[in-house]
Design a protein around this ligand. Structure first.
Ligand code: NAD
Ligand code: MG
Ligand code: MG
Ligand code: MG
Ligand code: MG
Length: 343
């Protein structure tokens, strides 16, 4: 086996004294917030959840046995302030809590967008770190409860105390991430690879591939139901194999015909032109063009986003898929969070 290029940190690498006597303020009680807060509390760490007076999450956090205060009060109490509200809301929440941060406190994130693109300019006398589980929050919670872990990333942007990395590792231990393994990255690398991955492969690339394949078959006169199965439904089986054993396990599991057809045709679909587009999209991520566009889109009330989302929901493949999924036993409704996969 080839050597990894990176160090993986496990439970034994974490020094829990870095967090055990501290108070952690968790701002937000959504996907990540509820998982971090409950895992920390179950690990014996003092937790205070910061939510707006009128937040609908208040009752959930309280019935989970947690102390709930306003974001400002929580940030005042917290030695570590973990910002787990939506990325688009974080700059406004930060403005409210900025003066509650004391020298030596830690401002912590689970994604680096606002720090990397300067939407949040933290005070100079605090540590700024990231602890980012590579999974949606409900799995971070479920794995912890099952004595399993969730892999994660840590990063240090500002190390005022000299203990920023040790503390991030201790936090990772307390939410269960070092059980599975944690690797260190930078805010820049986390943000740029995350945006690139979701735009080019995971969310953008894959949905376009599915839609174009589907439309090609339907336009050629094949039945929409057959096109749906071939181009969308079966994707899960292929992705599961790649997840378990890489491309190799997938190629070994499909027929030789599928393997030969795929190996000879794949690069004709995603060709040099697609590769040039990928490089252009990466550049837009790196030079901030995408970030500026998305920030302006939010400031304008999300006009394009709303329109695109609407068109996607009304795409023919969705109208064909909805009743089909209801007819088949493989389709369980699952919980909503499960479908809101990490990206
Ligand atoms: P979320 O959308 O699930 O929840 C956000 C919570 O913030 C809400 O439940 C609410 O309690 C609170 N909130 C919403 N609007 C608010 C406002 N205006 N003022 C104050 N509080 C408000 O968020 P999330 O998906 O858990 O994301 C939190 C952070 O974690 C983000 O930085 C995200 O990029 C990162 N992250 C998310 C995932 C994931 O799978 N969801 C994975 C890794 C990292
Ligand atoms: Mg404080
Ligand atoms: Mg087939
Ligand atoms: Mg991601
Ligand atoms: Mg993302």
């Amino acid at each position: 086996m080839t050597e990894l290029n990176t160090t993986v940190y496990y439970d034994d690498d974490a020094d829990r004294s870095q967090i055990d006597d501290k108070t952690v303020a968790i701002l937000g009680y959504g996907s990540q917030g509820h998982a971090h807060a409950q895992n920390l509390a179950d690990s014996g760490v003092d937790v205070v959840v910061g939510l707006r007076e009128n937040s609908s999450s208040r009752s959930a956090a309280e019935s989970d046995g947690l102390r709930v205060k306003t974001p400002v009060e929580a940030a005042e109490e917290g030695d570590i302030v973990s910002v787990l509200v939506p990325d688009t809301v974080q700059p406004a929440v930060f403005e409210q809590i900025r003066d509650s941060l004391e020298a030596g406190d830690t401002l912590q994130f689970a994604h680096g967008f606002n720090i990397h693109y300067n939407q949040i300019q933290p005070p100079e006398d605090v540590d700024v770190t990231m602890v980012a589980p590579k999974s949606p929050g409900h799995l971070v919670r479920r794995n912890y409860e099952n004595d399993e872990g969730t892999p994660g990333l840590i990063a240090v942007y500002q190390d005022e105390t000299g203990d920023a990395k040790e503390e991030a590792l201790a936090y990772s231990h307390a939410i269960g991430c070092t059980r599975a393994g944690v690797i260190e990255t930078s805010f820049q690398e986390e943000v740029e690879t995350d945006l690139f991955g979701e735009q080019v492969v995971l969310c953008g690339g894959v949905t376009s591939l599915v839609k174009q394949g589907y439309e090609t078959l339907v336009d050629a006169g094949y039945s929409p139901e057959m096109a749906y199965f071939e181009c969308l439904n079966e994707l899960k089986l292929i992705v599961d194999l790649m997840y378990e054993g890489g491309l190799e396990e997938m190629w070994n599991s499909v027929s030789d015909t599928a393997e030969y057809g795929g190996l000879t045709r794949g690069d004709r679909v995603v060709d040099d032109h697609a590769r040039e587009n990928m490089e252009e999209i990466l550049e837009e991520v790196q030079n901030g063009t995408f970030a500026r566009e998305w920030i302006a889109e939010n400031q304008a009330g999300r006009p394009s986003y709303t329109q695109l989302k609407d068109a996607e929901e009304n795409h023919h493949i969705e109208e064909v898929g909805r009743p089909l999924r209801d007819l088949f036993a493989w389709s369980d409704d699952g919980d909503e969070e499960e479908e809101k996969a990490e990206a």
